[in-house]
Design a protein around this ligand. Structure first.
Ligand code: 13P
Ligand code: SF4
Length: 337
């Protein structure tokens, strides 16, 4: 057990407001300490592919949004540390109301989730009472509670296909994923006007130039990207699907249009292949998700050590948001996902 007095010099606030003021001893071996704490507390670390490399390397499970929800649904751990963003940790809590779910930084939100405020979404829903609501998992638990079925980028097509073609559907909040699913299913779902700031930043012009410079490269993209970027892609899929594609496709070079965190696993699993992040349309590092990158190994250690900040929700909200997630998990299981 870490000696708090020795290792932590100053703690001003470790309450559930996501604010830390903790100085760690720089000589602390965080990998060793986190592994010790995990054993002592029967805790697991779940990490999304967009997390920084160190967090991916210490995680018990790394996955896309669907894989993480499925893993969270079956874990026997007492504590889940969710190295991802707020809606992902909320999903884990909804599936495990009795367990303690921690998020290293409560400010790790999501621009896509923020693009669907609950009061506006309620009004939209009331205007279309004959529509079923399929909502991308990148949304708040309040929006989940207003939805019929949740989906992720891995299963959006099969979830949409599970409803009769005559059924009018609202798809929220990602208009890019919704437009892509409309295209591949031949539907005309009503789309909420939301998007992800990271996946809308790619430069069509720079991608085109990269493709010309690397004619043998495969260009692969996440379906949260805009239609004109997706139109150039050799393959479109969720982060897990993109990773699998790089393992099975014989190409030696890939241009990757999604958040750059995924490149860590791509490179680890394919050490002899080359991965080029698709460039953003200016010189910023905007293809890094600023929310995902709020989590650090230091915050993860502090969060597991003090068991805060914790994800807390009312029992009513937990219950209302669970049903549409469970329907998604059932349909996914039926299709072997
Ligand atoms: P997936 O995890 O479904 O690939 O979605 C990516 C994403 O943007 C998560 O925030
Ligand atoms: Fe949200 Fe986009 Fe960041 Fe994913 S990459 S958490 S969708 S802002």
């Amino acid at each position: 057990m870490v000696d708090i007095n020795n290792e932590i010099l100053k703690i001003n606030s470790i309450k559930n407001n996501g604010f830390y003021d903790v100085d760690l001893n720089p000589n602390l071996d965080l990998f060793e300490e986190i592994n010790k704490l995990k054993k002592e507390k029967n805790a697991i670390i779940l990490a999304h592919y967009y997390q920084e490399s160190d967090i991916q390397d210490i995680a018990d499970f790394i996955g896309d949004s669907l894989g993480l929800a499925q893993y969270a649904a079956k874990t026997t751990a007492d504590i889940i540390v969710f190295a991802g963003v707020h809606f992902m940790a909320e999903t884990a809590k909804i599936l495990n109301p009795q367990k303690k779910v921690l998020l290293p930084d409560l400010k790790a939100g999501c621009s896509l989730s923020d693009s669907a405020p609950t009061p506006l979404f309620k009004i939209f829903k009331e205007k279309h009472p004959d529509h079923k609501i399929i909502t991308y998992i990148n949304c708040s638990s309040e929006i989940k509670a207003l939805s019929d079925i949740i989906c992720t980028s891995s299963n959006a097509k099969i979830i949409v296909d599970s409803l009769p073609i005559s059924q009018p559907i609202i798809f929220a909040p990602d208009k890019n994923l919704g437009a892509y699913i409309n295209k591949i299913t031949g539907r005309n779902m009503l789309l909420w006007n939301g998007s992800c700031m990271v996946h809308e930043i790619f430069s069509l012009e720079k991608i085109t130039k990269l493709k010309i410079r690397h004619p043998d490269a495969k260009f692969i993209a996440h379906p949260e990207c805009e239609e004109n970027v997706l139109a150039l892609a050799d393959y479109i899929g969720s982060t897990t699907a993109l990773l699998k594609f790089t393992q099975h496709n014989p190409s030696k070079i890939f241009i990757v249009a999604t958040e750059t965190g995924i490149l860590h696993q791509m490179q680890k699993l394919n050490p002899h292949k080359t991965f080029i992040p698709a460039p953003p349309n200016n010189s910023c590092a905007c293809n890094n998700c600023p929310y995902m990158k709020l989590n650090t190994l230091e915050k993860l250690f502090i969060c597991l050590n003090y068991e805060t900040p914790e994800i807390l929700m009312s029992p009513e909200l937990l219950n209302a948001a669970r049903k549409p997630i469970e329907i998604m998990l059932e349909i996914s299981a039926q299709y072997g996902l």
